[in-house]
Write a new protein. Structure first.
Length: 272
């Protein structure tokens, strides 16, 4: 479901207000394409024919709704610029954040794939990697002193070392892909890692903020979190490899490497 579908489900815009690109008149469709409809939502003012692209268009469409006061506040230049940049970051990277199923043979799909923006994809990789790194360090800080989850020699860096190097082979192999697929694959890989880190984040946060409350069940909670993270990442990576039309060996390689990393972190009494 796209962002417009979410607004419709929340009853912030009427269902008939959404018009797919394929249903537009040729002249209007051409104008919408020039306005960047492949990359961002474009709102049409039926009274004037004016097009409002991007976040400005979304806020314009929301003005008659219950969120009208908030939309008008966000439309002020001081807020619109940073919020608009955040929206573009999400809009251009939407296929990495929520990957659709690969089209079936002969299936007609909306011609709304965003234009490739290597800088924004690189920014997503950086954000995802930084988040995963922060969570792994958080696990090191959260581990009870009596639990050698990180190893005496590695200290708080233990989870980072154990979780980082199993991803190295998929990254190195991804660097050998054709240029048209290389950066998208690495971006999908980073998004998968961030999703797994999100599953582990609550335990890391709880261990830092309330260490006494989770000290006893920390080992069990870690094992459950690792299993959930592994299942989520497998489902995501399977879908992403299929979306990129890569061979099954790419998923098998990731499963072998990531699985070894999860097992290494779950092996609580190693590297002492």
């Amino acid at each position: 479901m796209g962002f417009a579908g979410v607004l419709i489900r929340l009853r912030l815009i009427a269902p008939e207000a959404r018009r797919p690109l394929q249903t537009l008149e040729p002249e209007l469709a051409e104008r919408a394409l020039e306005a960047g409809v492949r990359n961002e939502i474009v709102a049409l003012d039926p009274s004037t024919g004016a097009l409002h692209p991007g976040l400005a268009g979304i806020l314009w469409a929301l003005e008659p709704s219950a969120l009208g006061p908030l939309a008008r506040l966000a439309s002020r230049p001081a807020l619109l610029r940073p919020l608009g940049a955040l929206y573009r970051f999400v809009a251009y990277n939407r296929r990495f954040l929520t990957t659709p199923k690969p089209p079936e043979p002969g299936e007609i799909r909306c011609a709304c794939e965003p234009d490739p923006r290597p800088a924004l994809q690189g920014a997503l990789i950086a954000v995802a990697a930084a988040f995963a790194l922060a969570v792994s360090l958080g696990l090191g800080l959260a581990a009870p002193p009596g639990l050698r989850v990180v190893g005496a020699r590695l200290g708080v860096l233990g989870p980072t070392v154990k979780l980082f190097w199993p991803w190295a082979l998929p990254v190195l192999l991804g660097a050998t892909l054709d240029a048209s697929v290389r950066l998208p694959y690495l971006t999908h890989l980073a998004a998968t890692a961030a999703a797994g880190a999100a599953v582990l984040a609550p335990l890391a946060l709880a261990g830092i903020l309330a260490p006494d409350a989770v000290a006893d069940p920390f080992e069990s909670l870690l094992q459950v979190s690792l299993i959930c993270a592994a299942l989520l990442m497998f489902a995501m990576q399977r879908k992403r490899v299929a979306f990129l039309r890569l061979r099954g060996i790419w998923l098998a390689t990731w499963v072998a490497c990531a699985g070894f990393g999860v097992a290494a972190l779950g092996w609580l009494h190693t590297l002492g």
